[in-house]
Design a protein around this ligand. Sequence first.
Ligand code: SDX
Length: 432
Amino acid sequence: MANDHLTLTETAKLLLHSKEYDLPAYTGSEGEVGLDITQLRSKTGAITFDSGYGNTGSCASAITFIDGEKGILRYRGYPIEELAKNSNFIEVSFLLIFGHLPSKTELERFHFNLTHHSLIHEEMKKFYEGFPSSAHPMGILSSMVSSLSAFYPEAGYNADVELNITRLIAKLKTIAAFSYKKSIGQPYVYPRNDLSYSGDLLHMMFAVPSENYEVPKVVEEALDLLLILHADHEQNCSTSTVRMVGSSEANLFASISAGICALWGPLHGGANQQVIEMLEKIKADGSDYKKYISMAKDKESKFKLMGFGHRVYKNFDPRAQILKASADKVLSQLGVKDPLLDIARNLEEVALKDPFFIERKLYPNVDFYSGIIYRAIGIPTNMFTVMFALGRLPGWIAHWKEMRETPGARIYRPRQIYTGETKRSFIQLEKR
Ligand code: SDX
């Protein structure tokens, strides 16, 4: 059973239809308690109801820990603040996927494999020709990732997982960079083995054949930090999608392609693009940020303060804290003065003192400041969510791999409470 590796710590009592039932309760390594309802329906005939799964644990996981009340985020036990300060994206990817910080030899081997799998099949370039230049790069990304299963048909659920993990991490940045070059009508720039992961991505995006483009160190470091901060976030919408699709034993590429589609939504990874578009709209509206704070509080307006609020964080999102500080450093190092940063700061300052936001525990999330930095390092707005996907890829892979390795893991198949018509007889067309 998938619960075998959980420790039973107490029993909860459920009273339903005047009958008492025992519910086993498990406690995680950080003290979180989960009631086991895997036998609930067979014992009581009832199911639980939890719209949006805000109170439902879909799995036990050892990858990432979040304490939303305290604003804590740890990858495999390491605080995000320490990883952001001391590590790099490839090392963090290894940590998330394989569960430990790599030795020097392991890291060198991982990096060597990633650089030697970064080309995509030349035939795949034909797919780009089929997309209109206006195609959103997230649509291209999910299509191209799904098409990898056509080029590696052997990459089934039980295939050489490590080889396919390497292929996917190595090729996703090439696919992303090629989609950018396609959108601006420039020739593709091929991967280079002498650059870091982030450096190579930036080089493929911004190099042109007519000049020798050197990736500025501050830009490379800023992107690497952004990728680290986005690398995993436990059972968020897109990661749960990857687990859902993978639970049917779909291959890795198909599962990740589904995760990319889930991330695209404006309430999830698409929010970083929405934040910049919102800030630009406020700037165009005389930078009247107080007007937009009032709109966000007025349900009738349907306006949301994008980049604010979170299902889990009811305190500061630690990633937003790190990015807020980094935005200052990167913009001053680049000599960039972005009025949108001032608007963002003003919005945050006013919102955090406003009872509407305080009562609902709405704080800036990872998307609130990330777009400011992406802009400053030259990433176009419609590529922001692609950057999020590149960062989140190791997390998605780690969860797909963990699920696949969990003893007794079952296909995801939630139940429902039916509220439709009760039984009725068919009415012939002429009698309707
Ligand atoms: C990410 O899950 C993850 O971990 C995600 C993520 C990751 O790393 O994977 O952290 C990345 O997706 C961050 C979130 C990016 N999305 C946005 O910034 C979009 C704006 N935020 C909201 O749409 C919202 O806050 C969500 C989607 C993030 C969370 O939605 P919930 O948990 O379902 O909360 P809710 O919509 O029920 O809101 C609770 C209350 C409501 O008011 P009341 O009905 O109680 O009066 O807060 C209000 C909401 O109207 N509210 C907002 C708001 N967010 C919530 N009001 C104004 N502006 C907002 N941004």
